[in-house]
Every structure is written in C-alpha cells, then in structure tokens.
Design a binder for this molecule. Structure first.
Ligand SMILES: [Fe+2]
Length: 542
C-alpha cells in the first residue's frame, strides 16, 4: 500500500480537534456542539482489521451528560458516518446511520464494505449537527496484488499509571505506517497503586478499584480512550489487535487467573464475559460468531498476519516437568490446527504471527540472584531459581514443539513472530531443544512496553545501568538463539516488510513519565527471505 498523505496534513487531522471544528463549522453552519459537555465524540475515532474491500470503524457517542461510560443510562441515539476519498469529504464514497444506546455503552462499530482496495480513506461520525474528529484509514491490497512494502507500528503493554503514551504519539507522527499491530495489555485491570509503576503513580486510573464488573471494564476502556496520544494513533492508521491477560486479569488461562479469587470476586466465567463484552464494544476488532478473535488478515502476496489468542483456550500455568505434558496447551486444538494449516498453505511471502507471549526459549538457570529477582518479577515467576516462565510458550513445550516441528516438516519458511508481554526488547531465532541453535525455524521480534515496568524500574536504577546491561549479556550468553535483548527501554517497534527481507527497528522513549517524550532508535534486526537467521542492522531504516 502507498501512503498518499503528506505529514503536515496528517498531523493536522490526527491531532487537532480544533481543525475538525473548523471543518464542521464550514459544513454545518451554526451547529452547536452536540451531546454532553466535552463533546459527543470525546473518546475519539478508530479503525481496524482492514480488508481489500472494507474496514471496521469505531467511535463512542456521549449524547447527554448522564450517558457516561459504564452508567447503563442515556437515550438511544442515531449516529451517522461517512467515508471519503479526501480529508475534506468533498467526495463521500460511503455513508450510513445506525442507532446506539446504553445496551452497548453507546459505542459504535461499522463494518464498511464496498470500498476500493489499497486506498487511503477519511472517515467521521455525525450526531445532532456536529462531526467527530476525522480519522484516516486504509483498505488492504487485493489478495493477489504484488506490493513492494508494508510498514507496521508494533506495540504492547500500556500501563496508564506508569506514564504517558508518547510511544503512540511518536508512531502517529511518523505518517508512514500502513498498520499498527497491538499485541495485548492494551489496558490493565488493577486498582490505583496496585500495579508496578516505578514506585509512583504518574496518573491515577479510573475506576480507582480493580476492574471486575461490566461497568468497571467499560469505565477503564473509556479512560484509556480519553488519552490524546492513544486517540491520535487510532485516528491516523488502522489497528490490528489481540488481547493478552490484562484485558481480563493477570496470568489468565481458560479457567481462571492469578489475579482472580472466586471466593471474593465471583465466578471467573462471569468476569471473562464482562471483560469480553466491554472489549468487543470499545475496540476496533472483528470478532467471530463465538466471540473468537484469532484471525488472519492478508496484504497482497507480500504478507499474511495471523493474530493469536493465547489466553482463552490455554491450560493452567504449571511448573517442573508438567511444562512438557502434551495434554497441556497454550493455543487450544482448534487454534493450533488453524495456525499450522494456515502457515503451511499460505501463498504470501511473509507469514507474520501476532503472538502475545514470547515463543523463543529462555533459560534462566545460570543467572545470578540479583538479576533473577527482577527478571523473575518481570516474567511472573518465583525468584528462587525457576528456569523458565510458565506463562509464555516456555510453559507449553509440547505446543511449541508441535508448531516448530510442523514448520520444519512442511518446509514453511519466512515465519516471523511479533511479540509483546515482557516489557523488554528482543531479537530471537526460534528453535527447539531437539534441534539446537542451528538452522532456526522462524524469527521473533519482541517489542518493549509502551510504559509498563521492566528491569531497571524493578532495580530502582536508571535506564542503561550497568546491571541491566550485564543482565542482557548473561541472557544472551546462556541463550545463543537470543541475538539481542535490552531490558530497560520503553517504546515501540517499526516493522518493514519487503519481498527481500523483514526488518524490525526498536525505538525507546527518553522518559515515559513526561508527556511528549521523544524517542530514539536503539537497534535494528532483519531476516532475509528464505532464511531465519537474524542480521544486525547498523543504522535506522530510512
Ligand atoms: Fe504487560
């Protein structure tokens, strides 16, 4: 896909509601601000899951002051929408109207169809004579199109209380992305002060307590959607998202979670149902008839993107030899079959996998105690010498072996896992114990957290301190398939996909606690088509 927008136009439209007000005033002379004080569309606009002929559009209407998120009250109201080929809506290509109300927390989702492929589109919503901010999105190329390049922003783990979402702002300001891939922990479930935030709360969450009910999850989603940096990135480019555990509760598995106590918090199934309903309402994601969100999107012959759900079907976390038990699963049988057959049969050059938790092996056995403590805390394992993180693929060895062996057996190459969850930056070659470190079967690029704590935050030291650097060196020394890791930075990744290679660049923020923090390039790694061996890049991608 080709971006046709210039950077200045994008900044004006993505960021400034003032610009949109001028636009609305020009087209709807004399229109008063609609809805409650603060505007009818205060939670911004978003798009997601682009197809060759359509895209999903999202917003939330606040028609009256009492119609607050999670309140369950407020009137039914009609919202109009428009999609245009130009940012001034001179040529409106598609439009319609739909009714929303308290049953869906006044959220609005429109699956627009009938659009031309590989095209930049502009969209907005209308209510009572006023328009929302204008969003920009794109349709995917035709399935058989030979496209040259894709550029993706890659993010995960945004703890509201730990800082500001400058990572989202910096990605929005680039103006060169086709897509943002979010790998989960879009939000966290904890009450204020209950989750690591470098020892202090930069900005408190709403509700102040841990989210548990449908109203709670709706309020937490709504809080996130008031963030101007998050709004800017949603409005500038379509997102493809999946969830990890914190969209429900820490270390979620199919029947429970570490951070769920049935005796005091009720049935886990009720909590999951509440979290999923709020997620479906508030996120620009397509869900299957059964609520499933693992799905595959295609971008011409260049790439397919398989987004995984590694929480809904997994067995309970285990330790010791149980991690090898073939009866335990991280994907569930149906998703594993879908993943294996989809990767092997794909006619796309690159098979990208949106993978919420790390698939590369991590052996912590030889790490010293001072590092094992912070690493163990980061990975959610005891600090007394456990050698792996049972919450990532390390805890589900049989599933990892099955998938990696399948890639080898079918000769499936050019598989790249895009991973979040562990708040740190990694470039890994994916191997199994049986095959050793030679001839890796796939590549894995792990992006750092947008804000959530990592090693230096746990150590109480500055980023890039000697202990964190030594820790990264030790991790690499004991895991030679880990080609690079950095344990302190917060930020994002930018993935560039061409026919010849797939390349990730990592950018880290100067200061997550400061709004508008700049980011700097820290590393780039690439994998050439036909190989799964990583190569270090020496300069930022142009
Ligand atoms: Fe996280």
């Amino acid at each position: 896909m080709t971006n046709t927008i210039d950077r200045r136009t994008l900044l004006r439209l993505a960021g400034a509601s003032a610009g949109t007000a001028v636009l609305a005033g020009a087209t709807l002379a004399g229109a008063a601000p609609a809805g409650a004080a603060g505007g009818a569309f205060r939670h911004g606009v978003a798009s997601g899951d682009p197809l060759p002929d359509g895209v999903l559009l999202w917003t939330r209407l606040t028609p009256t002051d009492e119609a607050q998120p999670g309140s369950g009250v407020g009137p039914e109201a009609e919202v109009t929408w428009q999609v245009a080929a130009d940012p001034d809506f001179v040529t409106v290509t598609a439009q319609g109207a739909l009714t929303t109300g308290p049953a869906r927390d006044h959220t609005v989702k429109v699956a627009v169809t009938g659009l031309a492929p590989a095209t930049t589109w502009w969209y907005r919503f209308g209510y009572a004579g006023a328009w929302s901010a204008t969003g920009r999105t794109m349709t995917a190329p035709p399935a058989d199109a030979d496209i040259d390049r894709l550029r993706l922003g890659v993010v995960s783990c945004a703890n509201w209380e730990a800082g500001y979402f400058s990572a989202y702002r910096n990605l929005a300001d680039r103006g060169d992305l086709n897509l943002v891939v979010h790998l989960g922990d879009y939000l966290y479930e904890y009450g204020t002060g209950e989750f690591d935030a470098g020892g202090s709360v930069v900005r408190p969450v709403l509700p102040a307590h841990e989210v548990l009910t449908l109203a709670d999850y709706r309020i937490r989603h709504a809080l996130y959607k008031t963030d101007p940096d998050l709004q800017a990135l949603h409005a500038s480019v379509p997102w493809v998202i999946t969830w990890d555990d914190h969209e429900v509760a820490n270390d979620q598995w199919s029947g429970g979670a570490e951070n769920h106590t049935p005796a005091t918090e009720g049935a886990f199934a009720d909590r999951v149902a509440a979290a999923r309903q709020a997620y479906a309402e508030w996120m620009p994601v397509r869900t299957g008839a059964d609520g499933a969100i693992y799905r595959r999107l295609r971008f011409g012959r260049l790439a397919e993107l398989s987004m995984l759900d590694l929480r809904s079907y997994r067995s309970q976390q285990a330790s010791g030899s149980a991690v090898d038990d073939p009866a335990r699963t991280i994907t569930g049988d149906a998703q594993m079959s879908w993943l294996k057959s989809g990767l092997a049969a794909s006619t796309a050059r690159w098979k990208l996998v949106g993978n919420p938790v790390m698939i590369a092996r991590v052996d912590l056995a030889t790490l010293p105690a001072w590092l094992l403590g912070p690493i163990g805390r980061l990975l959610g394992v005891p600090e007394n010498g456990v050698v792996l993180n049972p919450d990532q693929w390390d805890g589900y060895n049989a599933d990892r072996n099955e998938l990696v062996d399948h890639l080898r057996a079918t000769g499936t190459r050019d598989v790249v896992f895009l991973t979040g969850d562990i708040h740190t930056s990694w470039a890994n070659e994916v191997t199994t114990r049986a095959t050793g470190t030679s001839d890796p079967a796939a590549a894995e690029f792990v992006v750092p957290s947008v804000t959530s704590d990592n090693v230096n935050d746990f150590l109480g030291l500055r980023e890039g301190n000697a202990l964190s650097v030594l820790g990264a060196d030790l991790l690499r020394a004991t895991n030679t398939h880990v080609r690079w890791t950095e344990l302190d930075g917060h930020g994002y990744g930018v993935l560039e996909v061409t026919r010849q290679r797939c390349r990730m660049d990592w950018y880290h923020l100067a200061d997550r606690t400061r709004p508008g923090s700049a980011s700097r390039w820290v590393a780039g790694w690439s994998v050439a088509a036909g190989s799964s061996t990583l190569r270090r890049e020496t300069a930022p991608q142009a």
